[in-house]
Design a protein around this ligand. Structure first.
Ligand SMILES: [Zn+2]
Length: 181
């Protein structure tokens, strides 16, 4: 762990704003423009002291950010689905793209209608609807959060402590109740 480790910067609403370097995070913390929310187990050393490196910090003032759409691509779909077939759950090294509602039946090429499928499920599904192919999705395909999207497309190492801020339902001051099961 070094100073180039990414730090998740949250808005006052706990929504992720961006990923910044630990160096920039410290600058924001020292100038009181942000405060730490979660820490890593690592330290940065200065001449006089050692300081715990944060993994999540929160900006002091609300930032109005225009909504940025993640760019759709085949590869981004594979990464969103973690290379896991969305029908049988197998992690596949030969991912294919499948239209949940087939294109021949008017299905669009969108985040919501395209999933990763292993070759065998893709074959089984072919030009059928879910019902016709007797297949079920393991999760509903959604447009990924922009920050999640950029971290995976830019190869930033995502940290466990970031996860809950990416989903509206698990954010600390979430308006949506967190379902515990
Ligand atoms: Zn499969």
């Amino acid at each position: 762990m070094e100073l180039n480790q990414g730090v998740l910067l949250l808005n006052t609403t706990y929504e992720p704003l961006t990923i910044i370097s630990a160096k920039r995070a410290f600058k924001l913390l020292f100038s009181k423009k942000a405060h730490p929310i979660e820490y890593t187990n690592f330290f940065a050393y200065t001449v006089r002291s050692k300081i715990k490196i944060p993994s999540v910090i929160q900006i002091a003032y609300f930032i109005k950010k225009p909504y940025t759409k993640p760019k759709f691509s085949k590869k981004a779909v594979f990464i969103r689905d973690n290379y896991q077939c969305q029908y049988c759950g197998t992690f596949t090294t030969k991912p294919t793209i499948d239209h949940v509602l087939p294109r021949s039946k008017g299905g669009k090429t969108t985040w919501q209608n395209v999933v990763t499928a292993c070759p065998s499920c893709n074959n089984k599904k072919s030009n059928k609807t879910l019902k016709e192919a007797n297949l079920k999705l393991i999760r509903e395909p959604k447009e990924p959060n922009y920050i999640v999207y950029t971290t995976f497309t830019h190869g930033v190492k995502r940290m466990e402590t970031w996860k809950k801020y990416f989903e509206p339902a698990t954010r600390p001051n979430s308006p949506v109740p967190v379902l515990l099961s």
